[in-house]
Design a protein around this ligand. Sequence first.
Ligand code: SF4
Length: 284
Amino acid sequence: MIDLKRNSKKEPVKATGVRSRETSSYTPNQRTDFKISRGRFSNFLTCQRCFYLDRVKGLDAPGTPGWTLNETTDLLLKKEFDHCREQQIPHRLFAANGLSHVVPFDHQEMDRWRDSLHHGLMLRHKNTSIILTGGVDDIWQDTITKKLIVVDYKSQAKNGRLDKQDYLDDPYHDGYKIQMDFYAYLLSGMGFDVHPTSYFLVCNAKRDDDGFHKRMNFDEYLVPYNWNSDWIESKIDEMVALMNQHQIPEPNECCKNCAYSEQYAKAIHQDEIKQGQSLQGTLF
Ligand code: SF4
């Protein structure tokens, strides 16, 4: 997609391709604390090269527009759950899902834990300078065992009813499960007793309604997911080792962005190519 750089007045300005704040990049073997968010960790899992170019070399990748409709469902759900949190009562969805003994967790840090931009759940990785962060959507509590339940809100618009197992098995939702594993890992590392089952609260917009009529209707589903964080620590070790090296890692061959960039560069350099120079594999 085309992403124009704009200043604070929303005026287009020249894009440089690098971030201007030096502190937003990590220097190999840096001693001062450096935050890595859940989203950046997911980037590392998807493509080590893009992660390295972003976090260590300071490249400013094109962004995507905000998902304002999805954010609105999150915002409205937050209001509902905060009401139940204040009253320490189960949410209207809980009884129907066998969770009458669950309430939204009441903790003074909750707003900070949900603030993915400035705070989130936080955990130092071993004795490194890396602080792992993750802005969780919500945390509930089992009032019997006192264990905490990690929750993620998801909005989508698909035809028909949602099958919970299909939802979890969908390869496009692998990232959701990684997200949940990561939050549970952080919360456990922060010293909390975390329930083995987390929940996706999925809001599915009904596409088969007869019209818009100034409102969109949703079905709601609680999809239980038994998180697993066994794999995370070794991957974070790998990520930190990568950040401390000076060599740029290999790209992900399945990435359409890199393939596009390579074809773009070839189109721009077509004169040299016509003269017999081979550029294949030399551009990136
Ligand atoms: S393959 Fe290239 S564009 Fe794609 S994520 Fe990796 S470095 Fe970025």
